[in-house]
Ligand binder design. Structure first.
Ligand SMILES: CC(C)(COP(=O)(O)OP(=O)(O)OC[C@H]1O[C@@H](n2cnc3c(N)ncnc32)[C@H](O)[C@@H]1OP(=O)(O)O)[C@@H](O)C(=O)NCCC(=O)NCCS
Ligand SMILES: CC(=O)OP(=O)(O)O
Length: 330
């Protein structure tokens, strides 16, 4: 069974409720139909019921079985507003401002549903930049206890099975932290190793990427990655890691053996931690488009409850798949 089939089978075992706040996007309505037909989650759509039903009919999506909630007529809106005021107390958010946010920004409303237990998880981002989804999640859901860093990973399913574990390889961080420091890079490595284990079932081998392999170049950017590797050693983590190393040394056995002969990770990495968001975001999109890889995610890591993002270029299947992934994280 393939990765997504496996995840969907797991999601079916105990149905979770996933919020899709971007009901104005026809791909979301079509994905809702798919999820309901496949029975991988219960679905809540946010918005005006008449409009959503008309839009669904116009795009040929049957959303029967989905719940629809309109924040403007939601009976518990007062509770949601009060919770947001409390959460943003240090920023002096007024009740009027909180009411405006809760009734006009469905991503914030949806995250509040998840925070307060009225839903189990949320998937958004097909119709909004990642930053908007992340801001709502960070402000409303917050980080998990003991975690400082929210980051993300793409589960890349490459076609010929040559790289990673039978073609499965995680890329991080491709969506959240523009210029991670060494501490944050170490946090990203730990979070992505955990995602590799819990969501994909891999035994993680993490490569900390750079334009240098084991000191082949000297530059402050290389020093940062080396420092992140030192931090991982100090943390006594329970997964294999190594770096700094170049991408070819990380994933091609012969090149790994030449450039980093003593490494347990070089040549067989199944988690790639990019040194910054420029390289991570560009890197995943090139592999997705040039190599025809499926890019599942970005799976957001470090939050107290599951909220996952989509690329605006996503397909209906991408949304339905991410809903199943989210359901298994609940
Ligand atoms: C994630 C992101 C939206 C946060 O931006 P922001 O809201 O402007 O962040 P700020 O630096 O103003 O911080 C706001 C709050 O969020 C927290 N925060 C921001 N990023 C965080 C992270 N990665 N992990 C944990 N907390 C974070 C800050 O500590 C701060 O907390 P406070 O309100 O309690 O003081 C921003 O880093 C971003 O835009 N990232 C790139 C997203 C993107 O475009 N990706 C490419 C396409 S996928
Ligand atoms: C993850 C990502 O790159 O999102 P978008 O394409 O929407 O910017």
């Amino acid at each position: 069974m393939g990765l997504i089939e496996n995840i969907k089978e797991n999601a079916k075992k105990e149905l979770k409720t996933i919020v899709l706040p971007e009901s104005e996007d026809e791909r979301v309505l079509q994905a809702a139909q798919k999820v309901l037909e496949e029975k991988t989650a219960n679905i809540i759509l946010i918005g005006d019921e008449d409009k959503i039903k008309a839009d669904a009919q116009a795009c040929g999506a049957s959303i029967e079985g989905a719940s629809i909630i309109n924040p403007k007529s939601f009976e518990n809106i007062e509770k949601y507003v009060n919770e947001l005021v409390e959460l943003r107390k240090s920023k002096n958010l007024s009740k009027e401002e909180a009411t405006e946010i809760m009734t006009t920004e469905p991503r914030f409303f949806g995250c509040m549903m998840v925070r307060l237990g009225d839903a189990d998880g949320l998937v958004a981002g097909s119709n909004s930049p990642t930053a908007d989804v992340l801001r709502a999640a960070i402000q409303v859901i917050k980080t998990a206890p003991g975690i400082n860093t929210v980051s993300s990973a793409f589960i890349m399913e490459t076609v010929d099975g040559k790289f990673g574990d039978n073609g499965l390889i995680l890329f991080a961080d491709c969506a959240v932290i523009p210029e991670p420091n060494a501490e944050q890079l170490a946090d990203i490595a730990c979070a992505t190793a955990a995602t590799a284990k819990s969501v994909v079932g891999l035994d993680p081998r993490v490569a900390m990427l750079s334009f240098s392999t084991k000191g082949s170049a000297n530059h402050p950017l290389v020093d940062k990655v080396q420092y992140a590797v030192d931090l991982l050693s100090e943390r006594n983590v329970d997964f294999s890691f190594d770096g700094e190393m170049q991408a070819d040394a990380a994933i091609v056995e012969a090149i790994g053996a030449k450039k980093a002969p003593d490494s347990k990770v070089a040549g067989k990495a199944n988690v790639l931690v990019f040194p910054d968001l420029q390289s991570g975001n560009i890197g995943y999109k090139l592999v997705q488009r040039f190599a025809g890889a499926h890019a599942h995610g970005p799976v957001v890591q470090g939050l107290n409850k599951p909220v996952n993002d989509l690329s605006r270029g996503c397909s209906v299947d991408d949304i339905a798949n991410l809903v199943a992934i989210t359901a298994t994280q609940c």
